[in-house]
Design a protein around this ligand. Structure first.
Ligand SMILES: [Fe+2]
Ligand SMILES: [Fe+2]
Length: 266
């Protein structure tokens, strides 16, 4: 399969559409939680921001999908937008169900360049997911949260694996369908999107801001895993989560490669 070809486009769009799971937030197997767990969850300062972020991604993707003329690509992009909107709805359902208070942050105006917007959001998702898959495995092995709650969230986590596989192939498709001399410019733009998303996350971490990424990063400090072992776990989980899908599709590689370098320096 040639990257940037019609076959490439058909494969990454079809994989995405065919593996979509229809369900509603209330269909997930929500467990009963004790008061202490609910109190602990309510103490996280991330909920307003988390709902807002998912909602913004829904808005961006839905608007971007509208501008794409290719019907198959449009359908796949709109579907990812739908899934992001469902993430916001799942979070809201979860918060309401357990009586955790949150404030709705009003939607922000969308930027003009919607393709760049998807590229930069996608780069952020690739970074977050690489680590989130590892964090989730750690949470399963500690008693911090009931395993039933972690399992209820499983379909959402697996959806993020599908998203990053789609995003990686969409990025490559956008690059390789361009004339040869324009491809390096696209590669640079992608690199910039990753650098920007990475910088924003490091800034959050430095200021101990309220993102879930930060909260999890602080949690790992309390676990017995060494940073090297944690990165190993992330690599393993990334491979495992992406394994069920079309082997011809290119797996996200920038963050795993960077983390291999980081690992060799540890
Ligand atoms: Fe999401
Ligand atoms: Fe996503």
């Amino acid at each position: 399969m040639r990257l940037g070809s019609e076959e490439h486009k058909n494969r990454f769009c079809r994989f995405f559409i065919d593996t979509h799971k229809p369900f509603q937030p209330e269909d997930l197997p929500w467990p009963e939680l004790n008061e202490a767990t609910v109190k602990k969850l309510a103490g996280f300062p991330i909920w307003d921001y988390a709902v807002h972020t998912e909602r913004q991604v829904f808005n961006k993707l839905t608007a971007y999908a509208e501008t794409v003329p290719d019907p198959l690509l449009k359908e796949a992009l709109a579907l990812q937008g739908y899934e992001e909107g469902r993430h916001a709805d799942i979070l809201k359902y979860f918060l309401k169900r357990y009586g955790i208070p949150f404030k709705e942050i009003p939607d922000k105006r969308l930027p003009k360049n919607l393709e760049w917007c998807f590229l930069s959001t996608g780069a952020g998702e690739c970074i977050d997911s690489f680590f989130a898959f590892g964090f989730l495995e750690i949470s399963k092995s500690t008693d911090d949260y009931p395993i039933e709650l972690i399992n209820a969230m499983e379909p959402i986590v697996q959806e993020e694996a599908r998203h990053i596989l789609f995003i990686q192939n969409w990025m490559l498709y956008q690059r390789f369908k361009r004339p040869f001399f324009l491809q390096p410019w696209h590669a640079l733009t992608t690199l910039f999107a990753f650098a920007d998303a990475g910088y924003r996350r490091l800034k959050d971490l430095g200021s101990l801001g309220g993102t879930s990424f930060t909260i999890h990063a602080r949690e790992i400090e309390g676990s017995s895993l060494s940073p090297k072992a944690f990165i190993n776990l992330c690599h393993k989980e990334n491979r495992r989560r992406l394994a069920p899908y079309d082997p011809e599709l290119v797996r996200p590689r920038l963050i795993p490669r960077i983390m291999k370098v980081v690992q060799s320096c540890l």
